[in-house]
Design a protein around this ligand. Sequence first.
Ligand code: ATR
Length: 271
Amino acid sequence: MSDLYAVFGNPIAHSKSPDIHHAFAAQTQQNLVYEKRLPELGGFADAVQQLLADGGLGANVTVPFKHDAYDLVDELSDLAQRAGAVNTIEVIENGKLKGHNTDGLGLVRDLTVNIGVELKGKRVLLLGAGGAARGVMQPLLAEDTAKLIVSNRTKEKGLQLARDFGDCGFTCGTGFDELKDKPFDVIINATAASLSGDVPPINPGVIAAETVCYDMMYSNEPTAFLKWCAEQGATLLHDGLGMLVEQAAEAFAIWRGVRPDTQVVMAQMRP
Ligand code: ATR
């Protein structure tokens, strides 16, 4: 019988996670089935119980259940603890659940390995201060960035997020309107603006031709943010597909003890 895993989200129909994990499994000769599951809002804990009753060995968790997962699990990894959110659940001994967060590692691996950006000593601008931004703070700062500016529409939330991670490296918060005419080495969009086709209203002076512009969202068309960056003269444009595949690879390694080759799978996922 195949080992069972699932991804929980609402909505979930368009998730690429089953395709990614099945590709990893084929590549590493693992016998597993990975399903999409759609809990009702408020029904996350029941859905996890059902997966366990079905013999599930682990799960991924996406919007809007990452906080429910954080509350539900018995143990947390350090990264999940700091992120305040869980995107990967591992069934450990005695049926206990351990929560991990692989989002930040996935982003950093995509930037440093796939895109080839050295983050050490770089000026990095992170747009947004919600759950997506919080999840990547510690892994970004662990790369020894020179400065990580968190800029958010609601300035106070940006300040708070930077304060919460002040022990991990040099980071500070600002409002969008305080960004000066000084280009960053890397700009990462972690706002939910792309969902509605909006672009955070930031000073175009933060972008130079050689600025790496990264949108944590992905879609078949260039995202609104990446289109805007290109209009400002940026040439190094990347969406979040690589992050998606890399965070999945981290989860796969936790569950299966083997790290898949992500390059091949990323090429397969790109339409
Ligand atoms: P997620 O888990 O996706 O991060 P979230 O926790 O609700 O979702 O956070 C959404 C983030 O996107 C916030 O930083 C939000 O800014 P506010 O803190 O000011 O609400 C940001 N955001 C959402 N829509 C935006 C828009 N149209 N322009 C700029 N920022 C936006």
